[in-house]
Design a protein around this ligand. Structure first.
Ligand code: FMN
Length: 91
């Protein structure tokens, strides 16, 4: 059972957003997801009805220069496990 409709729809929306980011990159377009925004002001700026929930913004464009030094990603063995948590995932 889902804890809330909002959580369920947010997950589905973020799956779509992630795919949009990958496709954008394949066309050479940079993207930046944002969830820290004033929802009421976003709705006002884009004429979004009150009853519509805005869970994420996705900025698309062309980065002029690196915003910061690339921090890197966690190693695969830290974020991906096999059948049990902590069990190494081996391809
Ligand atoms: C779901 C999600 C929401 C985010 N929301 C914001 C945000 O509101 N403001 C912001 O400055 N960065 C936000 N970020 C971070 C940036 O989108 C971006 O990931 C960050 O600048 C690091 O870039 P990198 O992932 O290419 O290293 C968010 C990232 C994710 C994944």
């Amino acid at each position: 059972m889902h804890e809330s409709v909002e959580a369920w729809t947010n997950r589905h929306t973020m799956l779509a957003v992630a795919h949009m980011m990958i496709v954008a990159k394949s066309f050479g377009v940079d993207s930046c997801p944002m969830e820290g925004f004033a929802s009421d002001r976003v709705k006002e700026a884009f004429n979004i009805p009150e009853e519509v929930d805005v869970c994420c913004l996705l900025a698309l464009g062309f980065a002029t220069e690196p915003y910061k030094q690339y921090g890197g990603r966690f190693d695969i063995d830290r974020v991906c496990y096999s059948e049990s948590f902590g069990e190494p995932f081996v391809l």
